[in-house]
Structure formats: structure tokens, C-alpha cells
Design a binder for this molecule. Sequence first.
Ligand code: NAG
Ligand code: NAG
Ligand code: NAG
Ligand code: NAG
Length: 468
Amino acid sequence: MLSTYAAAAALLLRAASATDVYAHFMVQNAYAYDVDQWKYDIASAQQIGIDGFALNWIPPDCVNGLGWTVDRIDDAFTAADSMGFKLMYSFDMSYSSCNVYWNQSFMGEMISKYSSNSATPRWNNNILVSTYGGDQVDEYGNDFFEGLKSSLTGSNAITLAPGLTTYSMEAGSEGADPSSAASSMLSDFSSADGYLNWQAWPLNVDSNMTTTADEAFQSALKSSSRSGPYIMAVSPWQYKDLNNGNPLDSWVAYSDTLFVDRWQQLVGDNAIKPDIIEILTWNDFCESHYLRNLPDENDTSAKDYVELGDMGAYVWGQNHAPWRIIAKYYIAWMKQGYAPAITMDQVIFWHRVHPKDTSCYGGSSTAIRNANMPADAVFAWALVSQKSTISMSVGSNQYWEFEADGSGPSMGMVPFPDNANGAVPEVSIMRGGQAVHTSNSTQAISTDCSWQNFNPVVNLVGPGINTG
Ligand SMILES: *[C@@H]1O[C@H](CO)[C@@H](O)[C@H](O)[C@H]1NC(C)=O
Ligand SMILES: *[C@@H]1O[C@H](CO)[C@@H](O)[C@H](O)[C@H]1NC(C)=O
Ligand SMILES: *[C@@H]1O[C@H](CO)[C@@H](O)[C@H](O)[C@H]1NC(C)=O
Ligand SMILES: *[C@@H]1O[C@H](CO)[C@@H](O)[C@H](O)[C@H]1NC(C)=O
């Protein structure tokens, strides 16, 4: 009896600490979506334990003809309402180039519109609203947010958890004091009930992310008795190349093992327990941190068709879907409070497709910020049900091995060989001297390349979820 009570109490505790998981969703990439396409994306997100999307959108009049975003959001609410899924607004307040800005009446209208829809997320009964920015463009700032909040009352009242990039970058800078960044944020933004710490990547340093900045924002919110959630951002990668000749507009962040490192911070005895996780992102293809399946590049009639222009040169073919298996495992662990049982044999492995000193013909070949930081290597994360040896080969670097067993995930890597051109990474799960599963990467490594690319391709060994 006693043990039953203890188990019941433990379950209650676990339930009480459950963290909701959102994925940042670029509404601009939903141009062709209909309700069924939203349902498809929502089902795919739910399959790995994501509870909602944070809808990032820019003012619809910012770019001519963007009025359709309002209609897509309507479809999204129709789909989410029927699927027990949440949609949190993440107003993108970083744009200043188009001279059209968010105004409080339109934001208020869009917030109130779905007040009674089950997909609207609530925090302390208020509607939970987030942003990307709001601190760097003159038209916004604390007064703007205070005005927005006071215009929304009763069932439309909001809890604001803005993602104010100045403070997140300050907190994430090398040698910075994150607690001073956090207290500046709170004193500058009395309107912030909660906070989204956007800085999910090492900021221009090749060191692994810690939770120091997250803890600083989390404890600052708590000690100043703000009522909103601390939202921690988790991202697998960051690479963007606008290829416009401006070295500020092309960068890679040190992300080699970032996704796993970050999830590991959220599980186990020393786990940081934010109120909400926001995965960056579901479908921001141009920053190379998408988890969603890639659309078909050539099927212009597809409901998830996107036009990526030159940036497609480093996105098409670079599948990331197997990363969702990693997310699924850690989300389940985080939510239930103990590591999920391992029932399959799976290895996820990822690598960039050109050694970092390669000059390709196109793209910002010589001006990519932090290009020296990533390691020229294939990285693997193994989740196997029984003791196994994971064997990794790439070119002349053959059969690099690491051990894995059913007690939890393990990681390994194999560096690119000196002459990597044409090498296709191959990874096997071995038991009793036999390969149980083997996969080749879908992409070879090349040194003779048409476009610079620091966006990795992600592969799966073994059975999968719907990783298309
Ligand atoms: C508020 O924003 C909406 C959407 O961008 C726009 O249509 C409307 O004209 C704006 N209203 C004012 C008063 O600027
Ligand atoms: C980051 O952590 C990994 C282990 O997860 C380690 O192998 C790597 O060297 C670390 N990177 C740096 C730059 O310290
Ligand atoms: C799309 O078309 C281009 C040009 O014909 C081709 O190189 C590419 O492989 C196609 N992509 C897919 C996914 O079929
Ligand atoms: C991987 O590629 C090698 C070399 O082309 C080939 O021999 C092997 O059969 C491939 N393995 C799989 C699982 O496709």
C-alpha cells in the first residue's frame, strides 16, 4: 500500500512540474497552407510531444500582399481547435525596414478574435502572448506594451512574455553578467510579465551553451514576483546566408552538439525547469533550424510550398526530420520526469556537407561569421534497446566506434578525413559482430561545390517516426 501511495504522490509531483512545449512557426512560410495542411503539421508536432506553435508574423501591411497571413491564422485556429493544440502569438516586432508597424488596436483585435477558441493558450486565466523583439524598434518599447495590455481586459486580458533580443544577447555575450541583463530587462519593461530568452545559440563563441542566462532570467522574474512564464529556447542549429556582400548577414553559430546538450539540461536530477520550452524552430528554413519535413522544392502546387530563393541553395536536400526523434525522447523525459523506456534501435547522425575551409562557387564563401568554429565531423546520437556498438565511417576514417546500451542515449563522432571529397558517411548499429541496421547519409561531403553551406543534413539509422 505504502508504495502505491508513494507512486501516486510521485505522479502528482511530476504532473505539477510538466513543461509545455511550443515550436516557433514562421507564418510567412505557410502561404500555401489550408486547414488540412495545418492539421498535418500539428499532428506531426504532436507526435513528438509539442503542445503548440508560437506563430511568428510581421504586420500584414509591411510587405505588399501579406494580408493573407490573417486568413492562414484563421485556418490554423480552426485546425488547432479540433486537435487540442495551442497557438500562441509571437508578434515579430523586429522589422523596421518597411515603415509599417504593429498597432495596438490591430493586435488587440487579433488577440480577442480567438479569445474563446480552445487553441488560445492561457496563463493565470489570461491569454498568453509572446513576441520576437519589441525592444529594438523605436515605435515599440515598454509604453507600447503597457498600452496594449491596458486595452485588453476581462477574458481578453493578456500575460505578456516578450522575447527582447537586446537583453538576451547581452546575457549571452562572452564575459557578460546575465543577472545584470535580466534586471535591466525587468526595470526597462514593467510590462513584461514573463520572458522568452531568445538566445538559444552560443553568441559568436565556440563554447557549449550553459543555462546561466536562463537561470538569471528565470530567477529575476521570480524574485520580482512577475506572474508570467519563463520561456527557455531550445534550437538545433543556426546558419544563415543572405549572400548580400554584408558580412553581418551571414553567420553560423557553434551548434555541433547543441541540440542534445540543450535537451540534456532539461532532464535528470539537475534539470532546469522553465515554465515553457520554445523550440526554435518548426519551419524557419533560412536560418537552418527547422525540424519540420522539407517541402518539395519543385512542386509549386504543394500545400506547404515555399519559395526560398538563393537561400534554398543551402536548404534543399538538407533534411532535419530525424532530429525530431531526439526531441521526442527528451520531451517525454522532461514531461514525465523519468527517462522513457527504449524500445527501438535508432541512431541519428548529422554532418555539414563541405569542410569548413572549402570555397564554394556561390554564396558568401569568405565572409561567413564564425566559419572556423564548427568541427569537420559527423556527429551521432544513439538510442538503443540493448548493448550495441555504433560504428561510424567517413572516407578513409573507417569504423570509429562508441558504445551504447539501453540505459539512455550516448554520443559519438568521426572527423572528416583529409581528403573528404565524395565521402558518404555510413553508420551502423552492431551487435554480436553483426550490423543490425546501417544507413548511408543522404548527402556526400564535397569540396567542389556550387554553394557555400553550413547547414547540416540529418540522417536516421533504424526504424523511424514519420521523418519524410
Ligand atoms: C493597424 O495595423 C493594421 C495591420 O497592419 C492595418 O491594417 C491598420 O491600417 C493599422 N491601423 C492604423 C491606425 O495604423
Ligand atoms: C562541447 O561539448 C562536447 C561534449 O558534449 C565536447 O565534445 C566539445 O568539445 C565541447 N565543445 C567545446 C568548444 O568546448
Ligand atoms: C528540383 O528541380 C531541380 C532543377 O531541375 C533539381 O536539380 C532538383 O533535384 C529538384 N528537386 C527535387 C527535390 O526533386
Ligand atoms: C552505403 O554505401 C556503400 C558504398 O556505396 C555501399 O556499399 C553500401 O551498401 C551502402 N549501404 C547502405 C545501407 O545503403
